[in-house]
Design a protein around this ligand. Structure first.
Ligand code: B12
Length: 213
């Protein structure tokens, strides 16, 4: 069994110490932080599958989330190297209304900041009007919505609609991501881009401002 497979399994089984130890040793061995994140995402998906099958319950999901946050604290400085130059653009990012999952959103934010974006983090459970307010105030090139719950599809369309009603839709690109997002959801809600990973989102944002990721 490879050590990266073990990291995914340690996360899926909520083995905090083992997971953190493996993250540190992979960092020490020079494994890129983005590769470690990808492995951790697989672990979180496995945990989600265990939950869906009734093999574990909410406390495990919460614990898994807490471990992942600790992992991100270790990886953060490697994902977002200190930005010294001027800002290359602005982004407004949030998890949609009624959804409180924030781990993927935070990874995207770290990556955007790492390449030089100024990011306004709206947090979780963000109502459409808060997105509108932030776009009006900060004039970003891109808005990013994270969605993990299929029950929150309506929050995406309501946010796009609210931006349109406020006359702001044409001045900003809207990207979508998170486990419940898809090309189909992008099409049905009138968003501009669906990113399967935070790296895809970061690349899209860079492309919008003419920067290379
Ligand atoms: C941890 C977890 C929780 C934690 C969250 C902790 C936290 N601080 O975020 C807690 C315990 C709070 C939780 C609660 C619930 N959860 Co939950 N949770 C998970 C779990 C296991 C992992 C999520 C995660 O962090 N993954 C790791 C991150 C890194 O992945 P990610 O968010 O997808 O992000 C990556 C990409 O998608 C992308 N990305 C993310 N956002 C964006 C945005 C843009 C713009 C772009 C471009 C890219 C991008 O970048 C990231 C890195 O590449 C998932 C399983 C899964 N498969 O996702 C279930 C899951 C999402 N939860 C689920 C459910 C049902 C719930 C609850 C309803 C349970 C309940 N009965 O109460 C509640 C809902 C609470 C709410 N109102 O939001 C279901 C959703 C099912 C569905 N079809 O909707 C899942 C899929 C589990 C399952 N298989 O059943 N959960």
């Amino acid at each position: 069994m490879s050590s990266s497979t073990s990291l995914a399994e340690a996360l899926a089984n909520c083995q905090a110490e083992a997971a953190l130890e493996m993250v540190r040793s992979q960092l020490g061995a020079g494994t890129p932080a983005s590769q470690i994140v990808a492995e951790c995402n697989r672990g979180m998906s496995l945990l989600g599958e265990r939950f869906a099958k009734g093999e574990c319950f909410i406390p495990e999901l919460m614990f898994g989330g807490m471990i992942m946050k600790q992992v991100l604290a270790e990886l953060g400085p490697h994902l977002a190297q200190e930005q010294t130059g001027p800002s290359i653009g602005k982004a407004v990012i949030g998890t949609v209304q009624h959804d409180v999952h924030d781990i993927g959103k935070d990874i995207l934010i770290m990556m955007l900041r790492g390449v030089g974006f100024e990011v306004v983090d709206l947090g979780v459970d963000v109502p459409p009007e808060k997105f509108v307010e932030a776009v009006r105030q900060h004039q970003p090139q891109v808005v990013g919505m994270s969605i993990l719950l299929t029950t929150c599809f309506k929050s995406v369309s309501s946010t796009v609609e609210a931006l349109r009603a406020a006359g702001l839709r044409d001045q900003v690109k809207i990207m979508l991501g998170g486990a419940a997002a898809s090309e189909l959801l992008k099409e049905n809600t009138g968003c501009d881009f669906y990113g399967k990973t935070a790296v895809d989102g970061m690349k899209y944002a860079c492309q919008l401002v003419g920067a290379t990721a």
